[in-house]
Design a protein around this ligand. Structure first.
Ligand SMILES: *Cc1c(COP(=O)(O)O)cnc(C)c1O
Ligand SMILES: [Zn+2]
Length: 415
């Protein structure tokens, strides 16, 4: 089926054939994948989707690939969990957790974008995959390049968490640690991608890559029983995920798969790197780049590529945004773990902390449906918890020693 119409500039509307380009030659606006929605109407139904595989590929008619799925057959279709305990603690009626901390194979939502990007890059005939990463993308590109038997070059800021570095190196890519911020890594990668004919998933392949994020939105809608929630809280780095969840909602509505949606979108960022949320709070569409200083390294992009569009989604949907301090991020991680038994990374801590603030300040009402986006796994960023958490007691292997310790613990708990 020829559903792909090629690429279209988001600003001037100029069309381009499907190719590895990401910027309009005429106005320098970003280009986006365009589909023949009329041809898809009535062809994509709730039944046809439900009959597909339990992965992102159940939505493949709405993804920018033409041939067979090359890699990542098992990516996505992660749990959407109805929260009881956290909902009670936050004092809200209907709270759902979209849990990509267990996305296959590298435990973050980045597997969705990379599976699509690498499949498309293979279709374009590239033999080398590359990326500029804040961590999770590095893990996922290295894993999928290994699966695809392609060479990979991964560029990261040199001060990345150990967990994210090991979880990249294990797949044996070429890892380039750059002494600089993510934004400096990204600028370097733009130059590298001009010079070498490599598929940089988030630079020259970005239009295809970012479409993969739509599947996170589709799954929320399908798993809610083909309806859109009232509110979605999304952690933002480059600002792609939040714009693509919004696109997913509009696509499903225009294809008649869900009722008229009235979803408000909320941006969650760290106080130490929150340029998109700052735009929302200051009510300006001009982004002021920042130099990141936060423990939420996966969100530490000071000059986000889709910052303007993320801002627009928040405004157009009637949503809002909030910042979380490093202390609040750790509290958010601990709150989700204690109430729901889910260990998320710092980005998830940002989402939980921001959701709490938005509810407490009355921005998100307590009696409407809320979905929070948990996008990464805590085992990759345990460092931030080491000094906060400790074993309670260390004993010799004797029952009498345990009896004494238990009495001591109980008296501590009473005092
Ligand atoms: C990359 C990332 C995000 C944000 O993604 P953008 O599309 O760049 O805004 C959110 N959460 C985690 C865990 C990530 O790795
Ligand atoms: Zn243009």
């Amino acid at each position: 089926m020829t559903k792909l119409k090629g690429l279209k500039c988001r600003e001037c509307g100029r069309r381009y054939p499907s190719s590895p380009v990401h910027i309009c030659e005429f106005c320098f606006g970003p280009v986006e994948v365009d589909y023949d929605y009329d041809a898809l109407k009535g062809v994509i139904t709730r039944q046809s989707i439900a009959a597909g595989p339990p992965s992102i590929w159940r939505y493949r008619e709405l993804l920018p690939i033409e041939g067979d799925v090359a890699v990542g057959h098992h990516v996505g279709f992660t749990p959407l969990i109805r929260s009881q305990n956290l909902a009670e603690e936050l004092g809200v009626r209907e709270l759902w957790i979209k849990n990509d901390s267990v996305c296959h194979p590298t435990w973050s939502f980045k597997d969705r974008v990379v599976a699509v990007a690498v499949t498309r890059a293979k279709e374009f005939g590239f033999d080398t995959i590359a990326c500029a990463s804040t961590g999770n993308l590095a893990n996922s590109v290295a894993a999928h390049a290994a699966e695809a038997r392609l060479k990979s070059y991964i560029f990261i800021p040199a001060d990345l968490e150990q967990g994210k570095i090991v979880a990249t190196l294990v797949y044996q890519p070429t890892l380039v640690a750059v002494e600089g911020t993510y934004d400096e890594v990204n600028r370097l990668c733009s130059e590298v991608s001009d010079k070498y004919r490599w598929a940089f998933v988030n630079i020259n392949i970005r239009p295809y890559y970012s479409e993969g994020s739509k599947t996170y939105g589709y799954e929320i809608l399908e798993q809610l029983g083909w309806r859109a929630p009232g509110h979605i809280v999304v952690p933002c780095a480059g600002g792609s995920l939040i714009t693509k969840i919004w696109k997913a909602i509009r696509e499903f509505a225009s294809l008649g798969l869900i009722e008229r949606p009235a979803t408000r979108m909320y941006a969650a960022q760290a106080a130490g790197c929150g340029p998109i949320v700052t735009m929302v709070k200051n009510d300006t569409d001009v982004l002021t780049p920042v130099r990141p200083n936060t423990i939420a390294k996966s969100l530490a992009i000071g000059n986000p590529a889709d910052g303007y569009y993320a801002y627009r989604v928040v405004k157009d949907s009637g949503g809002y945004g909030e910042h979380a301090t490093d202390e609040e991020i750790v509290e958010g991680m601990l709150l989700l773990a204690r109430t729901e038994g889910i260990f998320t990374e710092t980005a998830g801590g940002v989402t939980v902390a921001v959701t709490k603030k938005l509810i407490e300040t009355g921005v998100i009402p307590r009696d409407e449906s809320i979905v929070i986006c948990i996008t990464g796994n805590g085992l990759k960023t345990p460092d931030v918890l080491y000094e906060r958490l400790d074993t309670h007691v260390t004993i010799r292997p004797l029952l009498s020693a345990f009896d004494r310790a238990l009495a001591e613990l109980k008296s501590q708990a009473r005092s």
